[in-house]
Design a protein around this ligand. Structure first.
Ligand code: HEM
Length: 445
């Protein structure tokens, strides 16, 4: 169980992350970046990093600060690092976006912005990685979900190192031109596939088992998936760097890693199906249903990649694939889990202190699933429509889908705010004697 160790700033990470998500969706709606600019154009990089760092990485860091101590049953190494890390990441991201604006000609030539951003982001991610890694290391945890987090954190280090090399190089301050020419897929795969996907896999094993009352998975199965996933990312980064250094082209590495990645996701899919199958909670809660839609999006992305690769058009449609991974799989899963996590943490914070002394509502009394369900359905349908629009080259339809995503996200956010404000708990149970209403943006602990 998530015990008394509530972390103070997890909600703040979630709030900042959601703001970036909405900004990203609004930019796609007005046609900023791809498909109105090239994939590697500064405007596209601007939107990509709002989504990858601002939304997905911030939400993941906030969730990990809360869940790593639960995974390893030990307190966080340094609680006090969370807020500085959040600030460094936010300022670093703003500087990085400024750097992309400079490259795009929207700002004067302040090329120092890019290297400064890299330093700030490395410092912010460095605090997160060190804090979480020491927490896991001190717990001497046996191989399980926590090791996926370790693999994810290693991938984050690789992503940040490659991103920093690009930033210095683009500012004309470092060599690394071969890396800049050919290394972008390594950076993107280490970020989306290693850091975000491997970590989401580890966290989802634990959260699904906890929230659906399913028995934990067999350790051997988890270990095999972990080894396959780590080998995939290891091959991409190490093999890719070797190939670039030897100037032999990275396609062989990417194709081999693609096959290994396919095996990893097949193993993961088998594990997830087994968790749903063996659950004790007969009636699925909304978060579990919507997580399943995230898993379906991941399966669809894998299928899409396979079809595109076989038909020789992967390169042409890589953006549609990346969009489905970022918004269907990763964002879909994060939003579905946020819906439960926010309710659960709010419940713990408000009613934990008076538990056993006063009557309290159940966690599910903090939410009205019927009202939230329509926004989730709208979100996934618009993501899938957006993917189809990109595949068909329909830019205007993509903008409509992005607008629908933004509206659906706002609908989900409204439900999260209601949960945080205990707006759907009525009567004397809402605030029994000795309990306090939680703050919207941080835990009052
Ligand atoms: C220290 C942090 C980071 C820095 C300084 C950074 C910097 C950069 C730069 C400069 C590029 C453009 C390279 C070029 O066009 O030549 C780039 C591309 C990219 N980055 Fe990052 N990045 C960082 C973190 C991340 C993270 C955490 C993710 C994902 C989780 C990510 C995902 C991507 C993707 C997908 C691209 C390719 C985008 C495209 O081609 O449109 N980055 N990054």
């Amino acid at each position: 169980m998530i015990g008394g160790n509530l972390t103070k700033w997890t909600m703040s990470y979630f709030a900042v992350a959601i703001v970036w998500l909405i900004i990203g969706e609004c930019l796609m709606t007005i046609g900023f970046g791809f498909p109105f600019a090239a994939t590697e154009a500064p405007d596209t990089l601007f939107v990509v990093h709002i989504v990858c760092i601002g939304w997905l990485s911030m939400a993941m860091c906030g969730a990990l600060f809360q869940f790593v101590p639960v995974l390893v049953a030990k307190p966080l190494f340094a609680d006090s690092w969370q807020l500085p890390a959040l600030m460094l990441l936010t300022v670093g991201l703003v500087a990085l976006l400024g750097g992309f604006m400079v490259l795009g000609g929207h700002l004067p030539v302040w090329l120092w912005l890019l290297p400064t951003a890299a330093l700030l982001l490395v410092a912010g991610f460095g605090l997160v990685v060190t804090d979480l890694a020491i927490t896991i290391w001190r717990a001497r945890a046996s191989i399980g979900p926590a090791y996926f987090v370790i693999a994810g954190l290693c991938s984050l280090c690789a992503t940040a190192a490659l991103g920093s090399a690009f930033a210095w190089s683009l500012a004309g301050l470092g060599g690394a031109s071969a890396l800049l020419r050919s290394g972008i897929p390594l950076h993107a795969i280490a970020g989306l596939g290693g850091w975000l996907t491997l970590t989401a896999m580890g966290v989802s094993y634990r959260l699904l088992a906890m929230f659906m009352l399913a028995p934990d998975l067999d350790k051997r199965r988890i270990r095999t998936t972990l080894f396959a996933g780590s080998a995939t990312i290891g091959l991409v980064v190490a093999g890719g760097l070797f190939a670039i250094a030897r100037e032999i082209g990275i396609n062989v590495v990417l194709i081999s890693a693609g096959c290994l990645g396919f095996i990893t996701l097949a193993l993961y899919g088998r594990n997830i199906i087994s968790l749903y199958w063996r659950r004790e909670r007969a009636q699925l809660e909304l978060n579990a249903k919507m997580s399943a839609w995230g898993f379906v999006s991941l399966a669809a992305a894998v299928l899409l990649a396979a079809v595109l690769a076989i038909s020789g058009s992967f390169q042409t449609h890589v953006e549609a694939f990346a969009f489905l991974v970022a918004f269907g799989w990763l964002s879909g899963l994060v939003l579905a889990k946020l819906y439960k996590i926010v309710a659960f943490l709010t419940w713990l914070e408000t009613y934990g202190p008076v538990l056993g002394r006063s009557a309290t509502p159940r966690v599910q009394d903090l939410v009205i699933e019927r009202r939230a369900a329509k926004w989730f359905v709208a979100y996934f349908i618009s993501v899938w429509s957006g993917t189809a629009a990109l595949l068909l080259g329909q830019s205007a339809a993509f903008q409509v889908a992005a607008f629908a995503m933004a509206v659906a996200t706002l609908g989900i956010v409204q439900q999260l705010i209601r949960t945080r404000r205990l707006a759907d708990v009525t009567g004397p149970l809402r605030l029994p004697g000795g309990s306090r209403a939680p703050h919207l943006l941080y835990a009052s602990i």
